[in-house]
Design a binder for this molecule. Structure first.
Ligand SMILES: O=C(O)C1=C[C@@H](OP(=O)(O)O)[C@@H](O)[C@H](O)C1
Ligand SMILES: C=C(OP(=O)(O)O)C(=O)O
Length: 410
């Protein structure tokens, strides 16, 4: 199925109920299970990625299919490695290509017994869960912070605690910070100095916990505001003083005339002047999930850009560098990769190759649909293939777009 998207909105107003952050929800679910918490988790994400983790944690089965959910795959692997029993975890065809060796090797050093059921270094995995003893381990931090988070979440429950020495250029540090700050809310003490993180053995202290709204999901609304002339829109439950690294975008979008105002019920995005930068140079090492938002925004507004810190985009739901290049080419933009982990555009549109009504492929990647659809506001109608991919993080996206005046039809 495809959706056809068009939009002609000059002044925008409305209220949006964003989904909860799946990053926070999935951490909270693991902590909840490790602390045998009697309290409910409030405002848990309704995304596929959270639903699959929740279903696995509360199932009677020993075999789990976590689909496309990277965090669920990594967090569950570490969690199950210390739960006595025999477990199998698999995922989508793409998940079977997403590396997990760094995490499996670290868990093996802690005494875990994990076998690859398919290709060496990738899911599916067979896990023989047992008591694990903590120690000091070295870990490559340049591939995915999710391995580090997975280890940190179980760290306080390991005999003797855990010390991680991170090697290489550590990527997505903001997500490591999110993990540790969340753990601290559940009573955990830790030390983090440069590339060493020390978590002593201790108990999680269960609390009544509310998940924040999702800042990566909010990025599509900032993009929308940047593409209309003026307006005001309330993002319910969003907080500026957030645990999530992607809250950085509130400052980025000031360059597009979008102001963020904290209100009791959420954040108001307000636009009164139509600013835009002449060009955009951004480093995404802390914010990989909003790279597609910014690339699509720049093409829609004709802003040349040079983005760095994108190395990990190749191992996400799809190779996001290639996906952006392929799909933005249909809008006449030729994106180049000046070096590994970089993406640039000279701001020129090729009217000969620009398609009238492009069919945007989504490659099983929610963020392709989420980031491309707002471009319709710039007079760029499109069709989107497999639009329900958005359920990975933002199930209500299409109805939210319709609510504010987008035309979305099959
Ligand atoms: O820990 C998390 O919740 C996440 C970490 C990031 O992954 P990497 O650390 O692999 O960049 C991010 O891209 C992903 O969407 C969610
Ligand atoms: C990369 C993402 O998710 P994950 O790695 O958890 O599958 C994402 O949501 O953009």
């Amino acid at each position: 199925m495809n959706y056809q998207i068009s939009a002609a909105i000059k002044n925008l107003s409305g209220t949006i109920q964003l989904p909860a952050s799946k990053s926070i929800s999935n951490r909270a679910l693991i902590i909840h299970a490790l602390s045998y918490s009697p309290y409910p988790i409030h405002n848990l994400s309704d995304s596929d990625d959270t639903k699959v983790l929740q279903a696995a944690l509360y199932s009677n089965s020993s075999k789990f299919d976590i689909g496309h959910a990277g965090t669920a795959m990594r967090f569950l692997t570490a969690f199950l490695a210390k739960v006595v029993g025999e477990w199998e975890i698999t995922g989508s065809e793409r998940m079977k290509q997403r590396p997990i060796k760094i995490l499996v090797d670290a868990l093996t050093e802690l005494g875990a017994n994990i076998e690859y059921l398919g290709e060496e270094g990738c899911p599916p995995l067979k896990i023989f869960g047992s008591h694990l003893k903590g120690k000091t381990i070295q870990l490559d931090g340049s591939v995915s912070s999710q391995y580090i988070t997975a280890l940190l979440l179980i760290a306080p429950t390991l005999e003797g605690g855990l010390t991680l020495n991170l090697r290489g250029d550590v990527t997505s540090r903001s997500y490591i910070k999110l993990t540790l700050e969340l753990m601290a809310k559940f009573g955990i003490r830790y030390q983090w100095h440069k590339n060493e993180i020390i978590v002593p053995e201790q108990r999680y202290f269960p609390i009544d916990f509310i998940c924040e709204a999702d800042w990566s999901g909010a990025s599509y609304w900032y993009q929308i505001m940047a593409l209309v002339d003026s307006g005001e829109i309330l993002m319910e439950n969003l907080v500026l003083n957030s645990l999530q690294g992607d809250a950085d975008i509130a400052a980025w979008f000031q360059h597009f005339g979008v102001e963020s105002i904290q209100e009791k019920t959420g954040v108001i995005l307000s636009k009164t002047k139509n600013n835009q930068p002449d060009r955009l140079d951004l480093d995404f090492i802390e914010n990989p999930d909003v790279a597609q938002t910014m690339a699509c925004l720049c093409v829609a507004k004709g802003i040349p850009f040079h983005f760095t810190g994108l190395k990990t985009l190749k191992i996400k739901e799809t190779d996001r560098i290639a996906a952006l290049q392929n799909e933005l080419a249909k809008f006449g933009a030729t994106l180049v990769e000046p070096a590994h982990g970089e993406l640039a555009w000279d701001g020129k549109l090729d009217m000969e190759t620009k398609e009238e009504l492009p069919l945007v492929k989504t490659y099983h990647d929610h963020r392709m649909a989420l980031a491309f659809a707002p471009m319709a506001l710039a007079g760029l109608p499109m069709r989107i293939e497999d639009p329900m991919v958005v359920t990975k993080s933002y199930p209500g996206f299409w109805s939210d777009l319709k609510k504010i005046g987008f035309q979305v039809s099959e």
